[in-house]
Write a protein that binds this ligand. Structure first.
Ligand SMILES: Cc1ncc(COP(=O)(O)O)c(C=O)c1O
Length: 367
């Protein structure tokens, strides 16, 4: 018997998410020392974890025999203070990916649809398809979201509109005024998810006041993560801010202990460490310039990025990706699902890592 037939056709046709290649895997394949490998493939924070957050993690180790606080009281309290929101408006997730899944679980089903842009973050098609809902994919404009066409694409069945701002893997951003006009236009029966995983990397003038829009737009969900500028990708913590009744629905489909105790303690400490975030922002800006200059020197084009990564047009990207791997540098090809077969996405690393990448890129392009 073909066991795959036990599963609905919409699950069978899902193309699995392709994560960045782990350092340990490349080290095994090439027989390299892990310390010699540079990984710029998953938009992680090259600063690591700040000392205060590390201390909170160590402090939480003593409690790991117990289940965590399934309601995440301390973290929700800290977030509600930060945003001036009610605790009932917050949903915590095992990374913001988990929160995106909760949106799909709560609002999508066969017969419904979700709207998102071409080249948008890969989890939107995955989460939509896993619920048997229909995807309405709007062609990108200059690699970014074409909000006017996206608003037109919302139909009677649409229950979710996914927007990544900035978007991964293109690094594009929609300005606050255009985003707000879009939110006003979309009918209330469709939930608008504004995924702000890279918000902390935006210049303050470019950050939309999305949380303040929640009062006027109960169909809006704003998602954020501790994986990027806060440096906690490995611990998996993210959250959504939403209208209390929307948050309530998402919490009903959430696993009771979806965020572990170490992650909760780390996130509370990290949220408070604004200096760490400010340094991550400044380092990122500098690293971005460094990689842009290197790409320019090689005569390569890139998509101007507002995130902690940059997507560079290298031509035969899958071949260049392999050549970089042989030189111990892991980046991310964005062909396949993202429909950018000539581009490689590179996370901004430390100055040394960026230098290693640029040297390997120069050699790989010449090879
Ligand atoms: C646009 C976007 N949203 C959400 C996520 C999810 O990150 P996490 O689950 O680590 O919060 C990512 C991760 O790369 C992302 O690029």
């Amino acid at each position: 018997m073909d066991l795959s037939e036990l599963s609905p056709a919409y699950v069978r046709s899902i193309a699995p998410y392709q994560p960045g290649k782990p350092i340990s895997e490349l080290a095994r394949e090439l027989g390299l020392d892990e310390r010699r490998i540079v990984k710029l493939a998953s938009n992680e924070n090259p600063r690591g974890v700040g000392p205060r957050t590390r201390a909170a993690i160590e402090g939480a180790l003593g409690d790991i025999a117990r289940y965590p606080d399934g309601n995440g009281y301390e973290l929700k309290l800290a977030l509600s203070k930060r945003y001036g929101a009610e605790m009932t408006q917050i949903v915590l997730g095992n990374g913001s990916n988990d929160v995106l899944e909760l949106v799909a679980l709560a609002f999508l089903e066969p017969g419904r649809s979700a709207v998102y842009s071409q080249h948008a973050f890969a989890v939107y098609p995955l989460a939509t398809q896993a619920r048997g809902a229909r995807s309405i994919v709007v062609p990108a404009r200059d690699y970014g979201h074409d909000l006017e066409v996206m608003a037109d694409a919302v139909d009677e069945d649409t229950r979710v509109v996914w927007i990544a701002n900035p978007n991964n893997p293109t690094g594009t951003m929609v300005p606050p005024e255009r985003l707000e006009a879009f939110v006003r236009r979309v009918p209330e029966r469709a939930i608008i998810v504004i995924d702000e995983a890279y918000n902390e990397y935006l210049h303050a003038n470019l950050r939309a006041a999305t949380v303040s829009w929640l009062k006027r737009h109960p169909n809006l969900i704003v998602t954020r993560t501790f994986s990027k500028a806060y440096g906690l990708a490995g611990l998996r913590v993210g959250y959504a801010l939403a209208h209390p009744s929307v948050a309530d629905l998402m919490n009903r489909v959430r696993q009771p202990f979806n965020v572990n105790g170490i992650a909760l303690a780390a996130a509370v400490a990290a949220l408070d460490d604004m200096e760490f975030v400010a340094r991550s922002y400044a380092d990122n800006l500098q690293g971005m310039r460094q990689i842009e200059e290197g790409a320019r020197a090689l005569g390569l084009e890139w998509i101007p990025s507002y995130g902690n990564f940059i997507t560079i047009r290298v031509g035969r990207a899958s071949e260049i990706y392999k050549r970089l791997l042989r030189r111990g540098v892991i980046v991310r090809p964005v062909g396949g699902g993202y429909q950018l077969p000539e581009h490689l996405r590179v996370t901004i690393g430390t100055a040394d890592e960026n230098e290693r990448f640029l040297a390997a890129l120069a050699a790989s392009v010449r090879e």
